[in-house]
Design a protein. Structure first.
Ligand code: NOJ
Length: 761
């Protein structure tokens, strides 16, 4: 109970000054009285918490309030076990730190929490945050790969597992999900999100929030989620990380912000303000974004944390001329916690005292932070995640590993399967496994792999070894490194392939080549890998190319010349098992691309939901929107992915020819497994508003369903299109459905679709 925790610490606080003690006791009595009175009238849980916060705020000094808004990082240089410096411990005692990032461990977080609860004047517990992006110790596939499952229920379970493990290690708050839309694969952080589409991104944003936060925050294993980076961070010019973003309010609302709105609707407790500016206003100082849109329009009630030093960076942006001004700008805009700039803590005391910053902005932010701490139950159970026994038993359990394998299997996208070379026969005589990623246990973890350990990773070599029959010979050669210039090993790899019946070549990027500060201007396979692939191709042996990468790559040569391509992204600890499951047919691949694969970097940004333009491409007419040297089409479109079986679509049907603006319409299609294996198909629904007061994209995803069909089995798959699905922002930025003709498209990707039409009256 709140009274106990801050009362106890107040009374036991060393040398508690008389004045504080006096004020505290008076307010405490008042608090208890008020609290009991309100209890009698059975206030809602929310109102009770608000009352507790009022009482607490009354007790807090300005310095203590700003302390709640100050987040610092744990340090590794103190000792082998202790993660904070003496100076930080002193600050905790003075109430000058409200949260930490980067401190892991049930014991150590407990030790530090005890300083806050027992040795600070008011005993307000700390929050411990960490980037738990795709798993904690059980590392799952990178988020872009998880999005390839098009299976939000599965990914909700993966987030649950991550939350379970992280919470067992003292973590209470993850800086995830990353819900930035990315239309530019040069941007390395595309790996951390769900790709290019606002609808798919929204579905996954909500699923991950549910997964992290659980049904109830007080449940064991729940952690606070943080939707980031608000907003439009993925819109960086030229795909260069941290770069300027310039876009219309329409694009912000229609493309970049829906996943954030979905996270808010799913009850996300926190958001992170982004590094980038949007059309001249840095996100971390953007009041319209953080207050008008987020709170007033969407009704967000949690708190906003800045990205790392983003408040201080307002000076570099040229939006503030001093640290004080940067702090004032950010806090007034609606950034409640300052991640490591130290500005709120150091600069804002004077700003308030000199009346440059009205105190109510501070109080409002503190209120939001305390509310989350109360909601998470920290005042009652400050050590809820500090059970060292639970920490030992929760990591890498068989259940977690089994789920990680399923997620990895479903994340794999089969891009090509010439002459059905896949699945491989387990009794093939000799397999040559080639490539710098084939026997690699570091890179498959991908970027932001938390506390994942290379030793936990099953490599492709290990996975394949376990799969083949004893008489099958497995030969291995690295061929080259991921990115160095040396081609010394290529010849040896060719010799190995010459002895084999088939070459499985595992190529791609290093984990550090995607993620933060990892933009690339060239999306070819790095280093000498293309050379290696071409040398193997000259042997004439059949080639299965397995790709590990954090973004769409430009692989036109491979697409034309190798027999099969398996897009495996970075699949985490179960990489080798899942890849072998797919290569040998124990699992029929079902993943679909969440981001377009361009033919060349020059086509970027290339995304499926583009506009038609006034001069849509026509081969016979030069003066249409196209390039001279490359087709407009992608190499592999959004939503694309093959299976070892075949799915045939027929009989698209709309429940009505005409509907009213406020009516729903059903769209159905028959999907038949016309191949020879059981398989899952992700059936996708797209719409187009053909003519409107604001031009609409040629196609927009509005629904998808995963169906499992046996050979010969046929199923009618039905979708409901609601007015929300048919609406858009009109010129006044109001969401409307307009009358006119609509097309609905259903298919197994964004290009190969059946079409039907209906009218809205
Ligand atoms: C910077 C990154 O942009 C953000 O995503 C991350 O949460 C913070 N660093 C904290 O690690």
């Amino acid at each position: 109970m709140v009274a106990r925790s801050f009362c106890a610490s107040t009374l036991s606080g060393r040398g508690a000054r008389f004045v504080y003690y006096h004020i505290t006791m008076k307010s405490l009595t008042l608090f208890i009285l008020t609290f009991s009175l309100f209890n009698v009238f059975a206030l809602s849980q929310d109102a009770i918490i608000d009352k507790k916060i009022d009482s607490l705020l009354n007790l807090m000094s300005l310095e203590e309030k700003l302390g709640q808004l100050n987040q610092t990082i744990g340090t590794w240089s103190v000792s082998t076990t202790e993660r904070i410096s003496e100076e930080q411990a002193a600050m905790i005692r003075q109430g000058k730190i409200g949260s930490f990032l980067g401190i892991i461990g049930a014991f150590e977080t407990g030790r530090i929490q005890r300083i806050a609860v027992k040795e600070s004047r008011l005993g307000i517990p700390l929050l411990f945050g960490l980037d738990v992006i795709h798993g904690f110790r059980t590392v799952f596939p990178i988020p872009l790969a998880e999005a390839s499952t098009w299976n939000p229920d599965l990914i909700e379970r993966a987030a649950r597992v991550a939350a379970n493990e992280a919470s067992a290690a003292g973590i209470q708050w993850t800086f995830a999900p990353m819900v930035d839309i990315a239309r530019d694969p040069r941007w390395g952080r595309i790996a951390e999100g769900s790709g290019e589409d606002p609808y798919l991104g929204s579905v996954f944003a909500a699923a991950r929030v549910r997964g992290f936060q659980g049904k109830n925050l007080s449940d064991v294993g729940a952690i606070l989620a943080c939707a980031k980076h608000f907003a439009a961070y993925g819109g960086a010019e030229a795909g260069k990380d941290y770069n300027t973003v310039d876009l219309s309010e329409r694009t912000l609302r229609e493309i970049y912000s829906p996943p954030f709105k979905a996270a808010v609707d799913a009850g996300v407790w926190t958001l992170m303000s982004a590094f980038n500016e949007i059309s001249g206003v840095p996100s971390s100082g953007n009041r319209w974004l953080l207050t008008d849109l987020l709170r007033n329009e969407w009704g967000f009630k949690g708190f906003v944390v800045s990205d790392w030093t983003a408040i201080s960076e307002l000076q570099n942006h040229g939006a503030a001329s001093s640290r004080t001004d940067a702090g004032i700008l950010a806090l007034r805009a609606g950034v409640d916690i300052d991640m490591v700039s130290g500005i709120y803590e150091n600069e804002l005391v004077d700003a308030v005292r000199t009346k440059k910053l009205p105190q109510e902005y501070v109080d409002q932010a503190v209120r939001r932070v305390l509310k989350a701490k109360f909601a998470y139950g920290l005042f009652d159970h400050p050590y809820r995640n500090c059970d060292t026994l639970r920490e030992k038993s929760e990591m890498l359990t068989p259940d977690h590993l089994a789920l990680a394998r399923t997620v990895a299997q479903q994340s794999i996208v089969l891009l090509k399967n010439g002459k059905n070379i896949l699945p491989l026969d387990k009794s093939v005589r000799t397999i040559a496994l080639i490539g710098p990623l084939a026997d690699n246990r570091i890179d498959p973890l991908g970027p932001w792999a938390g506390v994942g350990r290379p030793d936990d990773v099953v490599t492709v070599l290990e996975g394949v070894k376990q799969k083949i029959l004893p008489q099958t010979k497995l030969l291995f050669a690295r061929g080259c490194t991921i990115s160095s210039d040396s081609s010394a090993d290529i010849e040896q790899a060719v010799r190995v392939v010459n002895q084999a019946d088939v070459a499985v070549v595992v190529l791609g990027e290093g984990a550090h080549m995607s993620g933060e500060a990892a933009s690339r201007s060239n999306l070819d396979l790095p280093g000498r890998q293309n050379e290696l692939l071409k040398a193997i191709h000259r042997t004439g042996k059949p080639i299965v190319l397995v790709l590990m990468n954090g973004r769409p790559l430009t692989i036109s040569w491979a697409a034309e010349n190798v027999n099969a391509i398996v897009e495996a992204w970075f699949l985490g600890v179960q990489s080798g098992n899942a890849i072998a499951d797919v290569l040998f047919g124990d699992v029929n691949p079902s993943g679909k691309l969440p981001a377009t694969f361009p033919r060349s970097v020059g086509q970027i940004p290339l995304y499926y939901n583009h506009k038609n333009t006034g001069r849509p491409i026509a081969d016979s007419n030069k003066y249409t929107s196209k390039y001279l040297d490359v087709p407009n089409t992608p190499l592999y479109p959004f939503g694309f992915g093959l299976s070892y079986t075949k799915f045939s679509y027929s009989n698209i049907w709309a429940s009505s020819r005409t509907i009213a603006k406020n009516q729903e319409i059903r769209i159905a299609v028959d999907v038949e497994n016309s191949g020879k294996r059981t398989g899952d198909e992700v059936v996708q629904l797209y719409v187009q508003d053909e003519a409107a007061s604001v031009t609409r994209p040629v196609r927009e995803l509005k629904g998808f369903k995963r169906v499992n069909l046996k050979p010969g089995e046929k199923q009618s798959v039905e979708f409901v299109l609601t007015p929300e699905h048919l609406s858009f922002y009109n010129l006044e930025m109001i969401k409307v459905v307009e009358s006119g003709a609509f097309s609905a498209f259903v298919g197994g990707n964004s290009v190969d679709v059946l079409k039907t039409k209906f009218d809205v009256e």
